[in-house]
Design a protein around this ligand. Sequence first.
Ligand SMILES: *[C@@H]1O[C@H](CO)[C@@H](O)[C@H](O)[C@H]1NC(C)=O
Ligand SMILES: *[C@@H]1O[C@H](CO)[C@@H](O)[C@H](O)[C@H]1NC(C)=O
Ligand SMILES: *[C@@H]1O[C@H](CO)[C@@H](O)[C@H](O)[C@H]1NC(C)=O
Ligand SMILES: [Cu+2]
Length: 248
Amino acid sequence: MKFLTALVATVTVALNQANLAASHGGVIGYSIAGTYYQGFKAYNTPVGQVSIQREWDTYDPITDPNSSVLSCNTNGANLGSGQLSATVAAGSQITAYWNPWPHTIGPVMVYMAKCSGTCTSASTSSLSWFKIDQAGLISGALPTGTWAMGQLVSNNNSWTTSIPSTLAAGEYFIRHELLAIHTSNQPQFYPECGQLKVTGSGSAQPSGSYLVKFPGGYHASDPGVTIDIYSQPTVTNYTIPGPAVWRG
Ligand SMILES: *[C@@H]1O[C@H](CO)[C@@H](O)[C@H](O)[C@H]1NC(C)=O
Ligand SMILES: *[C@@H]1O[C@H](CO)[C@@H](O)[C@H](O)[C@H]1NC(C)=O
Ligand SMILES: *[C@@H]1O[C@H](CO)[C@@H](O)[C@H](O)[C@H]1NC(C)=O
Ligand SMILES: [Cu+2]
């Protein structure tokens, strides 16, 4: 009996791990002004990969809001000679695609950060990030309402954002982040970063309270980060973490 119990426990753990691996993910590609850009292929060697995206190695969430890899996921490295950047005019639309996404509760956030030299040589946790798009609880109550993440799933696991049309030209990261909050008091952050070369004649740059570092931009005490949605079944507001959206 002891053996059987141990066996059942082992099989349960194995099944849970299989579920976990299958049940998360990240951004697998981008469509920018009509061109599709393949993302980094997680669980494959970075050797030989060519992408505008930085390396990310796991489908698992980041659960610490102050994680050292919160900027661009584990390990966030550049791809060396395989590292590309997409050239995009300010004001263009960029669509990010996720693998079939299992979670429907939580906000969608999109950030950018300007690189002082090339983005390929940048360390992403020292950059100043600004938010260009966000959506949280669209309608209804916390545990039962419609969330941006649910809309993303309904929309072919994709999210479309416009790059601010007045943004100054230069090299930038774009950082797509899902924050799944279906587990009580245990946030799940899923960030991935791509590199852009923004063109145009704009000169606008965000400053001051629009800029945050990752880690640093979120705290466990933020109302939208550590949250038990099931204990608040009639609450219809949700506070998206991070800075206000900068619109150029
Ligand atoms: C967050 O992490 C940084 C280092 O990455 C550390 O200096 C800081 O004290 C941490 N803050 C909290 C609230 O844990
Ligand atoms: C759905 O997403 C995939 C990428 O995951 C993309 O190749 C395909 O074109 C999208 N379909 C539509 C109708 O947009
Ligand atoms: C809802 O709004 C109240 C009042 O502003 C605030 O205290 C609370 O933290 C908000 N709830 C969430 C989940 O953001
Ligand atoms: Cu998951």
